[in-house]
Design a binder for this molecule. Sequence first.
Ligand code: AOF
Ligand code: ZN
Length: 363
Amino acid sequence: MTNHEFYMRLALQNAMAMKGQTDPNPLVGSVIVNDNRIVGIGVHMKAGEPHAEIHAIRMAGEHTRGATIYVTLEPCSHYGRTGPCAVAIREAGIKRVVIASMDPNPLVSGRGVSILQEAGIEVIVSVCEEESRKMNEVFNKFIVQQTPFVTLKSAITMDGKIASFSSDSKWITSDLAREDVHMLRNQNAAILVGVNTVIKDDPQLTTRMPNGRNPVRVILDSTLRLPTGAKVVTDGQAPTWVFTTKSHEPEKRKALESAGVKIFVTEKTGKVNPLEVLQVLGKQLISSLLIEGGSEINASFFENRLVDKMIIYMAPKLIGGQNAPSFLGGTGFDKMSDAVELSDVSVETLGNDFKFIGYPIYK
Ligand code: AOF
Ligand code: ZN
């Protein structure tokens, strides 16, 4: 490992520890080194608060003169919630900037590096680039497309089922896998299910993790069948947003609204349109969405090519049954040659269960 990689890894590790608390902003870490000594460390902790570089510069004080700063993301050049870091770096007398990945934010993207180079500062890019890009997969999509990064999570048996033919689904995976799901909920800004799941299971959709942050609960409900007594309506644990169509009873809408539920009425009729949902969520600055749907909700996002990442927990169990649902319903593809492949697939074991992660490549 080179010195550059050593310090960049430290910056990456610190940034990663903030996963789930910076959105819609990226995860960014920074380390300042002067004369082979670490003089400042900074990390971005929350949108609206100082960027990683600023924390590190403040910590380093006068030791920034002639130093090298490591930053996992290109320093910014714009006035957003805070001022431009590239200017702060220049003013601090830093002589060299080592960057992991460029900022895809159209407001920055290359301008940060230009400010530094114009000031005669040496700039080195692409140190641990892959790690940095992967760490910010959510931000990288959201800042360009302005719709959330969508993760579909499901727990299945070895024959791909999410429930028995009589709809029994408690529990498919063991405790370890279920704890992992709570970490996923903590890391996503919103969680989405269909109204049928709420009617059947009355879930809370919260994070049962110490100090966990609850995602916004998003329910797709084309005709507003959501029971006013459902936990997601009454428990006050997290905001609940319901997407419906014009085919709903205004009285029901009033009842839900007075219970604190936010209702979005989509333009399209029939079923709630998944793309419209993502666009509205994007406008609400929801940068990441976890889909924990049943077969049909999952399929509607998948068939519309809207799923960015799949996390599938598989238990070594078999349930069988023509009428037992799999995690993707819908119509499905006719030919094996049309199957959607996953890239960057990884597999972990969690106790007796497997956790598959992959990224669909749509044709
Ligand atoms: C961060 N933290 O450490 C760095 C960021 O609204 P602002 O002022 O917080 O600016 C957010 C943008 O700044 C963000 O979209 C990204 O392009 C850039 N860099 N952001 O939140 C940081 N270095
Ligand atoms: Zn900045």
